[in-house]
Structure formats: C-alpha cells, structure tokens
Design a protein around this ligand. Structure first.
Ligand code: DC
Length: 237
C-alpha cells in the first residue's frame, strides 16, 4: 500500500504520517528531511543555493542514508554523520525552500524517493509533491493544511520545546515565506493532487486527524477493491 500526504509547512504532516504508518504497519518517509539534508550540505560546502546543477551534483555524490523505526521515525545520516537534529534548525528553515526550487535537485531526490517506495513493501510518504510527482499511483492521497496562525502556533511551540528562542511573529513570517516559495516555484509547486482527500486540521488534535485518515482509508478500501475487481472482470469479458 502506498499513501501520499502533502501539505504546507506546519500542517502536522510528519506526526500524522508517522502515526498512520505505525498503525498500518507501513514504512514512513519524510521527504522534507531529504531537502533539508542537501540544504545543510550546501551551507557546509558553500554551494550557492540558487545553483541547481551544483546542488544536484552534491546530492548525487553524498551518501544520504535514512533509517526508519516505528517509535522514533526517520533518522538521517549524511556521509555517516547523524544529522537528524541539525536539519531542524532555524538556519535550515530559512534556506530550505530556496534549495528545493531547483528542478535538477528535485529530479535527483525524486528518483531516490521512488526507489525507497519500490523497496519498502508499503509506505506512507509525506512532502509537497508526493501525490503529484513521486507516488502518482498511490492508493490514497491526502492534502492536509491548517490556517497560517495555527501552523505558526504549532511550530512556535515545537521550537520552544527545543529551547530555540524565536518570537511567534518570526515563526509566522518564516512559514509565510516558505508557503509563498513552495507554492509559486515552477518545479513541482505545492498543489492538491487530483483525487486527494483535503483535510483542514485547524480545529483538530493529532489523534483526531490520524483517526480521520484511518477512517477514510477503511471506508474507501472496499471502493478500491471494487473498482479493481470491476477492471479485472471487464478485461475477462
Ligand atoms: O516538510 P518540511 O517543512 O520539512 O520541508 C522542508 C522544505 O522542503 C519545504 O519548505 C519545501 C521542501 N520540500 C519539497 O520541496 N518537496 C518535498 N516533497 C518535501 C519538502
């Protein structure tokens, strides 16, 4: 089974995707972590974040490893170094949307994401272009979002927990900037995939959103199987 979850920054995609994967016994891949890793690599190596060819080359040469377990989620290793925490810094938040504009880099990372899905035996993947470019034939596609204020509040609380001192307005401005870049870029902009179930998570807790996704999957399982049976019987005829 393949499940695609897309949406803007702070909508709760990672927490929801991780829990849905755990409940359904599927693997989980946070594709934003891959763009964040290449952003870290670019900052360390002094690569111009606007130079797509250099970014793609660096991504091709580096050794990016992503492990998964159903309690901690993904851990990310760049050339053997665990960078899981470092890629969540305000510095990376500031640059990642610009880095991910590059079509050359996207091609490189989408190739890896498709390979991970093929080998996974079933996966929940989340990002911005999963339903449109990475898992176009996913069994279920979701687009989850929340108001800018609510997403900023969630991110601000997350930062506070990590003892990163940023004001609510700073967090809100950064999310608004990333929304704009992610939606307006030419290569695979953030958009609702055809057939995706759209969920506004603003009034709901994490558990409630997870429940909504699981229920939707259960309710539509028979429909998927039904249409598959119909297709097969059409062919037999
Ligand atoms: O989900 P996130 O906030 O960790 O993603 C970080 C950035 O990576 C986001 O601003 C846009 C980019 N991204 C992307 O372009 N395509 C994806 N599939 C996932 C993330």
């Amino acid at each position: 089974m393949q499940i695609a979850i897309d949406g803007p920054a702070g909508a709760g995609k990672s927490s929801v995707a991780k829990e849905v994967a755990r409940r359904l016994g599927l693997k989980y891949l946070d594709t934003g972590a891959m763009y964040r890793s290449i952003t870290l690599l670019a900052l360390r190596k002094g690569i111009n974040p606007h130079n797509g060819a250099h970014l793609a080359e660096a991504a091709h040469r580096c050794n990016l490893e992503i492990s998964y377990d159903d309690t901690t989620g993904n851990r990310i290793y760049l050339d053997g170094e665990d960078i899981t925490a470092e890629i969540r810094s305000p510095e990376i938040n500031k640059h990642v949307s610009v880095v991910s504009k590059s079509p050359e880099l996207r091609k490189e990372l989408v190739f890896l994401q498709k390979k991970v899905a093929e080998k996974s035996g079933g996966i929940v993947m989340e990002g911005r272009d999963i339903g449109t470019k990475v898992l176009e034939d996913a069994d279920y596609k979701f687009f989850i979002f929340a108001s800018l204020d609510e997403r900023s509040r969630r991110r601000w609380l997350e930062m506070k927990e990590k003892r990163i001192e940023l004001s609510f307005d700073e967090v809100k401005a950064e999310i608004a900037m990333r929304d704009r870049i992610d939606q307006e870029r030419e290569a695979s902009p953030l958009t609702v995939a055809p057939g995706a179930k759209v969920i506004d998570t603003t009034p709901y807790s994490l558990d409630e959103v997870v429940e909504k996704l699981i229920n939707y999957i259960k309710e539509n399982k028979n429909k998927t199987q039904g249409s598959l049976i119909k297709k097969v019987s059409d062919e037999v005829r």
